[in-house]
Ligand binder design. Structure first.
Ligand code: C2E
Ligand code: MG
Ligand code: MG
Ligand code: MG
Length: 294
């Protein structure tokens, strides 16, 4: 009877699965068409120097404004792009857009010297032998100094890290571009493994800051994670800072940068440009200036 039940359960779901498969195929072709059009754009989330509140960088985050389905989250379409082999084109479009924007801001004198542009790439890109050359020539064409670029790569994706990936990481390092391991604390890689990779920094996943139960976020846990990263000789950037308390606590830990809704959500280009412009006219900022301005 159980076997029979199981079979009928599967049958019940078949039409849904069929529909989902068709929807996926449709979305896949729509996504292919969307790359390079104005359906895709990027938003910029400020990265803040926690000791003085100044904006010392931005993270570039892709957005898909679907003509009929509305805003689709990258959490949904990045995996799809990876699956259909369109991630390379997408990531390179984002990288190009980001570095063009950097050049515009710099020409307008809106950027402090230590400003860094943080761009996410899929780890699939590390297996593309021409990725480093692509970035190198783009930096040159846009006259962007390599240290101004930070490439974020998701931790879990690196676990499989083979020789080609390691070669790409070393080539980026040689080029002077920083590599940052994203979503640190959520993947399966051990810190001893990360120490062996040619990476400089980790982006601590927001789940590390999040409260395990309501009203009980754990500063001691956060401090321990930070100390571990430091002891491994890596730099840390915190994401998902949502409260003033978290911002102040992180500031007490050391010279740190961070980002999160407490400071600002990811902003469309005109808004981030306005923020950069206003900041450049301000003396060393306070956090309340930033949070008031969003
Ligand atoms: P990520 O790189 O870890 O980016 C941080 C995500 O956390 C962003 O989500 C951001 O909007 C969100 N976030 C920032 N501050 C806060 C906060 O205080 N609280 C909370 N709850 N969330 C916060 P988003 O923009 O939806 O991006 C999701 C993921 O999609 C990114 O995670 C990244 O892995 C991927 N992604 C985004 N853009 C690209 C891209 O151009 N290429 C690739 N390959 N992946 C991308
Ligand atoms: Mg990221
Ligand atoms: Mg992250
Ligand atoms: Mg993430």
């Amino acid at each position: 009877a159980a076997k029979h039940e199981g079979r009928s359960t599967i049958r019940t779901f078949e039409p849904v699965m069929l529909y989902e498969r068709q929807l996926r195929t449709l979305m896949a072709s729509e996504l292919r068409d969307a790359i390079g059009t104005d359906q895709l754009c990027v938003h910029y989330q400020p990265v803040v120097n926690l000791s003085d509140g100044s904006v010392n960088g931005v993270e570039v985050l892709v957005r898909w404004e679907h003509p009929s389905r509305g805003m689709i989250s990258p959490e949904d379409f990045i995996p799809l792009a990876e699956e259909i082999g369109a991630i390379s084109e997408l990531d390179r479009w984002v990288m190009t857009t980001a570095l063009q924007q950097f050049a515009i801001w710099r020409a307008a004198l809106l950027l402090p010297d230590d400003f860094q542009m943080r761009v996410n790439i899929s780890a699939v890109e590390l297996r593309q032998l021409d990725m480093v050359d692509f970035v190198r020539s783009l930096l040159k064409r846009m006259s962007v100094p390599p240290p101004a670029l930070v490439i974020e790569i998701t931790e879990s994706a690196l676990v499989s890290g083979g020789e080609v990936e390691t070669y790409s990481l070393l080539s980026f390092k040689q080029l002077g571009v920083s590599i940052e391991i994203d979503d640190f604390g959520t993947g399966y890689s051990s810190i001893s493994y990360l120490r062996k990779l040619p990476v400089d920094m980790v982006k601590v996943d927001r789940s590390i800051l999040q409260e395990p139960a309501e009203g009980t976020w754990q500063p001691r846990f956060v401090a321990a994670v930070y100390q571990l990263i430091q002891a491994a000789g890596l730099g840390a950037v915190f994401e998902g800072i949502e409260t003033q308390e978290q911002a102040q606590f992180l500031r007490s830990l050391g010279e740190l940068s961070g980002q999160g809704f407490y400071f600002s959500k990811p902003l469309p280009e005109p808004d981030i440009t306005a923020l950069l412009r206003s900041r450049s006219a301000l003396p060393l900022g306070q956090n309340d200036v930033l949070s008031g301005g969003q």
